[in-house]
Design a protein around this ligand. Structure first.
Ligand code: CMP
Length: 156
């Protein structure tokens, strides 16, 4: 399983409800490593690119207004199969349908669904570049690395 990076965006509802620390802690506890982190206010320019596949949908104006309503926190997470594992930890898009135990299933009650996560390795690569400059991403070894991964699962 490849070591890879993915990005999550903690949305305005997560920031204003002050649950970002709890949510980030879930990923850290799982063994995912923070490779980059920043708080920012999203703009129309970024949102029109980030949600290009939703721009023509009827809910887009509401989504765009919501995403600009407070700052967001973007986090790059690194780990084996991270794109897939982080998506599973977020749960179904609509929190009322998300399994209990997932982030949206535990924290969400509406389409304001707390967190965005890249849905493929290609999307992760593009989204990381959208939000982070190369020098804002960091390589280091987590102290628990050899305990999180079995020997054969560690990168060469
Ligand atoms: P996200 O995973 O960030 O991707 C697109 C977002 O659009 C999604 O989470 C929801 O927040 C939002 N969204 C998707 N479908 C709807 C909908 N039918 N009505 C309102 N918002 C939606």
């Amino acid at each position: 399983m490849a070591m890879e990076r993915t990005i999550i965006i903690l949305k305005p509802d997560a920031v204003t409800r002050q649950v970002c620390g709890e949510i980030i802690a879930r990923f850290e506890k799982r063994g995912l490593k923070i490779a980059g982190l920043k708080m920012l206010k999203l703009t129309d320019e970024t949102l029109n690119i980030h949600y290009a596949h939703h721009v023509t949908k009827p809910f887009f104006p509401r989504l765009s207004k919501f995403m600009k309503s407070a700052p967001v926190i973007a986090v790059v997470l690194e780990g084996n199969d991270s794109v897939n594992q982080v998506r599973k930890m977020c749960g179904a898009t609509y929190p009322l349908e998300a399994a209990v135990g997932t982030i949206r299933g535990d924290y969400g009650m509406s389409m304001n669904n707390l967190i965005h996560a890249s849905d493929s390795t290609e999307a992760a690569e593009a989204e990381i570049k959208r939000f982070f400059k190369p020098e804002e991403l960091f390589n280091y070894t987590a102290a628990n690395y050899e305990w999180v991964y079995a020997e054969e699962e560690r990168k060469a």
